[in-house]
Ligand binder design. Structure first.
Ligand SMILES: *Cc1c(COP(=O)(O)O)cnc(C)c1O
Length: 420
């Protein structure tokens, strides 16, 4: 059952309640390897479902457009203070509705439509909002893209420097959604300084690792940092923008009134709770365990003949290139889902296949680490992936069903916040 219980919901709307219960059970039963997902704590769940959702509070603490902010002002200030302390930044804005609007706010703050901006190409691991063509950021701005090197699978810093010198972007984004390696923030900072661009470090995926000391921090290198709060950071769906003092007011104006109306105060409360959790020693242990699990899983997959982009991982994320496995990313991901192992199909660098039917799958270890799995379970997880991918290529559904029941046997032993 969902925990906290949803008894009023069950009475008022059995249809929605049944779907919530089913989703909770699905999350409990599966091995969740979607790199951008996690399980929030029961405290974060509770904070998200409070009367704070009833309150309008356009503006910022002490400067609001609605009355009745006696409680919301200190709440938002608490979230901001915790973000500043946890990441060691001069300024934080906790109002962006999600990662994409947070990134859009940096465009509004530091560029004008038609200006050149630069980011990692989407099929190389970048995010849509780093100027990719189908995104508003690629339609309204001139997106130029750097890549990873063919031989190493890592960001090509020579190309970053050459492209920045020739294209003179207003904003340079570093970070991405399918980057299994450490981001070299000092190297990006040097390039941005040389061409007088604003460096935005988008740490959406790795924020929890940074907070827990398991990945270098961009603070002191990137004057502007955007992040979601719901990936490795393990908070509610939301986002934050952090910056030095010099960039603070332009960012605040871009979020409100530039892009958004009232902040989602229930989310602000849940972000504050997640930030407090992330400042404790247990979170640092979790962050290091996420990386240890990813390394162990990467090794176990490599031993079973899987080809990993860049040859491994430094963080929570692994990108498998299935070329040579006689199955493409999408059917492999679908078969793994039937086997109780949830991940997503993903393009790999220089992918000859189409984005909707690419050659790879992406996985991450944040959610299973929260669940309590350790390095000793990673060979088993790799085995199930290997068996399922082979079974899918052979059309062997019986084997896939057998893996699903073995997976459910394992996950039954690992508690999940939100399920009792
Ligand atoms: C997830 C992600 C985002 C977007 O976040 P949403 O909350 O899905 O809008 C932006 N940038 C990067 C690098 C991401 O991984």
């Amino acid at each position: 059952m969902h925990d906290p219980a949803i008894s009023a919901l069950t009475l008022a709307d059995p249809d929605v309640a049944a779907l919530v219960e089913a989703e909770a059970q699905r999350q409990f039963t599966k091995i969740r390897l979607i790199a951008s997902e996690n399980y929030v704590s029961t405290a974060v769940l509770e904070a998200s479902g409070t009367v704070l959702t009833n309150k309008y509070s356009e503006g910022y603490p002490g400067r609001r457009y609605y009355e009745g902010q006696q409680i919301i002002d200190p709440l938002e200030t608490l979230a901001v203070t915790r973000a500043k302390e946890l990441f060691g930044v001069e300024h934080a804005n906790v109002q962006p509705y999600s990662g994409s609007p947070a990134n859009l706010a940096t465009y509004l703050a530091f560029a004008s439509p038609g200006d050149t901006i630069m980011g990692l190409s989407l099929p190389m691991g970048g995010h849509l909002t780093h100027g990719w063509s189908v995104s508003a950021t690629g339609k309204w701005f001139r997106g130029v893209r750097y890549s990873v090197r063919r031989d190493t699978g890592r960001v090509d810093m020579d190309e970053v420097r050459d492209l920045a010198r020739s294209e003179r972007p207003k904003i340079i984004f570093c970070g991405g959604t399918a980057v299994p390696r450490t981001i070299d923030f000092p190297a990006f900072a040097e390039v941005a300084r040389e061409v007088d661009a604003v460096l935005v470090a988008d740490i959406a995926h790795i924020a929890g690792l940074i907070a827990g000391g398991a990945h270098p921090s961009p603070v002191g290198h990137a004057p502007v940092i955007t992040t979601t709060t719901h990936k490795t950071l393990r908070g509610p769906r939301g986002a934050m923008i952090m910056s030095d003092a010099a960039h603070a007011s332009a960012l605040d104006r871009a979020v409100f009134p530039g892009l958004q109306g009232g902040p989602h105060n229930h989310t602000t409360a849940a972000i504050a709770v997640a930030l407090r959790e992330a400042s404790g020693p247990a979170f640092a242990t979790y962050a290091h365990q996420v990386v240890a699990n990813a390394r162990a899983l990467a090794e176990a997959l490599t031993e079973r003949g899987f080809d990993l982009v860049s040859g491994g991982t430094d963080n929570h994320l692994i990108l498998i290139d299935l070329t040579g496995k006689s199955i493409a990313g999408k059917p492999a991901a679908q078969a793994l889902d039937r086997a109780g192992i949830e991940l997503n199909y993903n393009a790999v660098p220089f992918d000859p296949r189409k984005p909707f039917d690419p050659s790879g799958v992406r996985l991450g270890t944040a959610a299973i680490t929260t669940r309590g799995l350790g390095v000793e379970q990673m060979p088993q997880v790799a085995d199930w992936i290997d068996i399922t991918v082979k079974a899918a290529a052979d059309g062997d559904e019986a084997t896939i069903a057998r893996v699903a029941s073995e997976v459910a046997d394992l996950t039954a032993h690992y508690p999940m916040p939100g399920w009792a």
